[in-house]
Each structure stands twice: as structure tokens, then as C-alpha cells.
Design a protein around this ligand. Structure first.
Ligand SMILES: O=C[C@H](O)[C@H](O)[C@H](O)COP(=O)(O)O
Length: 213
């Protein structure tokens, strides 16, 4: 993992911010560099829609207005990190437990710029355990459904999401068809969101300050 590459990626994403924009902002150590850089453009944007309490605090610290997605409508730009990225710009996200709000904002945005360091680039998703946000009472049910599908569910004990839910990390899956798995898991009652971004992949990936093909 390279913090220098994370910083370069976060700062490079600034070039996609247009005057007057409302910017969707993800969560994590990479996007934190983006938020710091966004502070310099504070007077040229309307504000940001935030994916977590953590990012909200950082945005507010910089005096960037944090807006409600219900009030803004669709966004032109979403900037966020990832835990893994495959050659088709499909992602695993949620290492920081912010996957549900991230997924909502990504879906609401026209362009998703993903900022990563080179350690996140993989040929096949799944080495990073797949985060799944679940309603607490569904934890065991979801765990059994995952085991039926050959995964090893591990409860992220002690972690409560910003939505008051729990996270299961699934080990042992080599995800050959991310869209099919995402669709399948989304049918299980009690799953709030799956940290697979396959039906809504990134549009642009920055590895450090380099564009991924
Ligand atoms: O829930 C957290 C998010 O999906 C993050 O974007 C992801 O975990 C990457 O975080 P980082 O930039 O700190 O590696």
C-alpha cells in the first residue's frame, strides 16, 4: 500500500470537479486526500453529498457545505476509493463499513471517479473479503446463505455502520461473475447492501495520478 499513490490519486481527481458542482464524496484514507484538495475549491462549488459521518466531519472542518441527496437530485460526479478494482473497473468496497451510502451516491451520479493505489488493482475480485451490510437480526440467516454459496462469513464484531447495521466479511470467494453474485446476494432478505460494485462500476479509475485503461 502506498500513501503517496493514494495522495496523488486523491489530488488528481480534483481535475474532474466543475465550477458550481455538487460533488459526491466517498469514504476512506484515499478520498480524504481528495477532500483536503477540495477545500481549495470551496468557493467554486455548491457543496458535497457525503457517504459517511467520517467524511461529513472532514468536509465540515473545511467549511464545505454538506447537502442532502434528497434535495440535490442527481449528481454529476462521485469520487471514492476502493478495496479492489478489476480490469473492467468493477470494485469491492466497504472496508471502512461505508458501502451502503457509497452505493447510493454512486448510483445517483453520472460519473464515478475511483481513486486507488496500485495494490488495489486485481485480475479477479475476492482476495479482499467481500463486505456485506446486514440488518442485525439477519446476521445468522445471511451467514448461512453465504456458506451455502461456498463463502466463509466473518462477522465484523463491534462495528456498527452509520445506518445502525452490522457488517459480514466474506472470505474465500474468487468472484468470476461479479454482476451475477451481486444480483444473487441482493435477493437475500436482511442484506442491506453488498460491497460489490459490478452493475454500477467506476467510469474512471486513477491509480496514483495515472489513468487506468
Ligand atoms: O467503506 C469504505 C470504502 O468503501 C473505502 O472507499 C474503501 O474501503 C477504500 O478505503 P481506503 O481508501 O482507505 O483504502
Amino acid at each position: 500500500m502506498s500513501n503517496n499513490e493514494k495522495r496523488l490519486a486523491g489530488e488528481a481527481a480534483i481535475r474532474y470537479v466543475e465550477d458550481g458542482a455538487i460533488v459526491g464524496v466517498g469514504t476512506g484514507s484515499t478520498v480524504a486526500y481528495f477532500i483536503d484538495a477540495l477545500a481549495d475549491l470551496r468557493d467554486r462549488i455548491q457543496g458535497a453529498v457525503s457517504s459517511s459521518e467520517q467524511s461529513t466531519a472532514q468536509l465540515k472542518k473545511h467549511g464545505i457545505p454538506v447537502l442532502d441527496l434528497n434535495a440535490t437530485g442527481p449528481l454529476s460526479l462521485y469520487v471514492d476509493g476502493a478495496d479492489e478494482c478489476d480490469p473492467y473497473k468493477r470494485l469491492i468496497k466497504g472496508g471502512g463499513a461505508a458501502l451502503t451510502r457509497e452505493k447510493i451516491i454512486a448510483e445517483a451520479s453520472e460519473k464515478f471517479v475511483c481513486v486507488i493505489d496500485s495494490s488495489k488493482k486485481v485480475d479477479l475480485l475476492g482476495k479482499f473479503p467481500l463486505p456485506i451490510e446486514v440488518i442485525p437480526m439477519a446476521r445468522s440467516l445471511v451467514g448461512r446463505e453465504i456458506a451455502k454459496r461456498g463463502g466463509q462469513p466473518v462477522w465484523r464484531d463491534g462495528v456498527v455502520t452509520d445506518n445502525g447495521n452490522w457488517v459480514i466479511d466474506v472470505h474465500g470467494w474468487q468472484i468470476a461473475d461479479p454482476a451475477a453474485l451481486e444480483n444473487d446476494l441482493n435477493q437475500i432478505p436482511g442484506i442491506v447492501a453488498v460491497g460489490l460494485f459490478a452493475r454500477r462500476p467506476a467510469n474512471i479509475v486513477l491509480i496514483g495520478d495515472r489513468l487506468m485503461d
